[in-house]
Design a binder for this molecule. Structure first.
Ligand SMILES: *Cc1c(COP(=O)(O)O)cnc(C)c1O
Length: 496
């Protein structure tokens, strides 16, 4: 199977090349030329298997230039026993009739990003051996909070790699910041920027596609790659857990193979929900894909009207990992829905960058309306949903709460109460202040770790050890730069 660029169909690369490179030279994203189909029997063959075995079978459909041994090594390393706090890796909890919470945050950094970022370093170093042998891979990451930590944890001290993370100085939770600034490892660096996530992401994309910067790195035996969800190596592991979740619902008797299931995803960069789209296109009987947003509801408007307009107020919310106005992975969806029309994608993405706005044609709009539903909610509704769901016995983080609220609105509006998978993207203790505020009184002067204690007292839920032990650690990385200076920070870190 080959991969092409959303902005230039003449590009043809292997999956290893796509993963090593991260983004196409034309600024487009790599997509598979054809989406592999799976049968009902294939799904049956996965039921009863563990996560690692399911992952091997699914990944081998997409990474056809990796040998079976390579895939075994990658998957076996990423999801080895003990790395995730559940033997199922991503267990399902049914919290009400039809509401099946898919816990994707059981990994080392307590957010769903671990599902892909534990695997990506293996995929990437294997790809590098196949394609660019002796180059040092420099991973640049723009993060709204969770990707940064998960990427640092995945790549720390991985031979042949260096990693640098940029995060918005005022756009991440205190726990997220501390997770990143205390990161261990000889090959890591972290820098705040004065700006929001979109500034960080645009800055990183610019550095990636700057020919002079690439030439300078090349002369030092280095090349860039990406650990953001623009990298195909981030998306493909996410397809696995949607297929696996469907199998788990069969296994626990909730559905029969072939039954339709809805999927709700709290969405920022459109990566996680796009993985559900790929699973559906492969043949998993997913019905509606429901996109949940916070007050930054650019996707809700787009999926309902066909006009993407980022010219709007940016809100800092209690679900910061979704505070995004430019959802990169939408480009992949539009490429597939436009009949793989690279010219159209160039036009729309050109308008997005020049005007901040584009409108898709009627054919694409009607395909979108068919596939997706969308909704949004504000911080107050998020808190109310955390409180109400907690009363029923389950503690949600802020992002997952947005998804649950949008799901409940969807059922009310449509009466469609099919079994539904709700992607749960973070452990509540990553966002202690907001979660605590929803279920109990917060003393005005309580710091992050007092809030953790109070949340423990109020709910009896255990705080993951990797978060609890951050208490008292002093930050190792305290740099903050303007977005214009990001490239110099990269040179500084690389010593070039
Ligand atoms: C990254 C993230 C999201 C958004 O995921 P996308 O793939 O960017 O849409 C939602 N919730 C949490 C907790 C996250 O870390």
């Amino acid at each position: 199977m080959l991969y092409t660029s959303t902005r230039d169909k003449s590009v043809k690369v292997t999956s290893a090349q796509a993963i090593a490179q991260g983004i196409s030279k034309d600024g487009g994203l790599f997509v598979p030329e054809t989406i592999p189909a799976i049968s009902k029997d294939f799904v049956d063959s996965l039921v009863g298997l563990d996560y690692i075995s399911r992952a091997k079978k699914v990944l081998s459909l997409y990474l056809t230039d990796y040998t079976e041994d390579e895939i075994d090594m990658c998957v076996g390393g990423a999801y080895a026993k003990g790395k995730f706090s559940s033997d199922k890796v991503s267990p399902i909890k049914t919290i009400a009739k039809g509401e099946n919470i898919l816990e994707l945050w059981r990994g080392p950094t307590c957010a769903f990003k671990d599902m892909a970022l534990q695997l990506l370093p293996y995929l990437l170093t294997t790809a590098a051996k196949k394609t660019v042998a002796d180059k040092t891979i420099v991973i640049l990451v723009a993060t709204s909070g969770d990707t940064g930590k998960a990427a640092l944890e995945g790549f720390k001290d991985v031979p042949g790699t260096k990693i640098m993370v940029f995060y918005p100085n005022d756009g991440v939770s205190p726990m997220q910041k501390l997770q990143m600034t205390t990161q261990a490892g000889e090959n890591v660096a972290v820098c705040a920027i004065n700006g929001n996530f979109d500034d960080a992401q645009n800055g990183v994309k610019k550095i990636f596609t700057d020919k002079d910067v690439a030439a300078k790195l090349d002369s030092k035996g280095m090349m860039f790659s990406s650990a953001n969800s623009i990298n195909w190596g981030r998306l493909v592991p996410q397809i696995v857990y949607y297929i696996s979740a469907y199998c788990d619902l069969i296994e626990n008797g909730t559905i029969k193979n072939g039954d339709e299931v809805n999927v709700v995803v709290p969405t920022g960069n459109f990566g996680n929900i796009l993985a559900a789209y790929y699973a559906k296109k492969m043949g998993v009987p997913f019905a509606k894909l429901i996109c949940a947003s916070n007050a930054n509801n650019v996707l809700t408007d787009f999926l309902k009207t066909g006009t993407y307009d980022r010219n709007r107020k940016f809100f800092t919310t209690t679900s910061p990992s979704m505070d995004i106005l430019i959802s990169s992975n939408l480009e992949r969806l539009l490429y597939h829905l436009s009949g793989e029309n690279d010219e159209t994608i160039r036009e729309w993405m050109g308008l997005l960058s020049s005007e901040g706005k584009y409108t898709v044609n009627e054919e694409v709009k009607s395909l979108i309306l068919d596939l997706f539903d969308a909704g949004c909610c504000d911080d107050k509704e998020t808190a109310e949903t955390i409180a109400a769901t907690y009363k029923n016995g389950y503690l949600l983080d802020t992002h997952t709460a947005v998804a649950v609220k949008v799901y409940e609105d969807y059922v009310k509006a449509t009466g469609d109460d099919k079994e539904t998978v709700i992607a749960s993207t973070a452990n509540p203790y990553k966002f202690s202040a907001a979660v605590l505020g929803a279920v109990a009184e917060v003393p005005a002067d309580a710091d992050e770790f007092q809030q953790v204690e109070l949340l423990k007292e109020a709910t009896g839920e255990p705080c993951p050890e990797q978060l609890a032990t951050l208490k008292g650690k002093s930050p190792r990385f305290t740099d903050c730069c303007n977005k214009e200076d990001m490239v110099n920070k990269v040179y500084e870190m690389l010593g070039i």
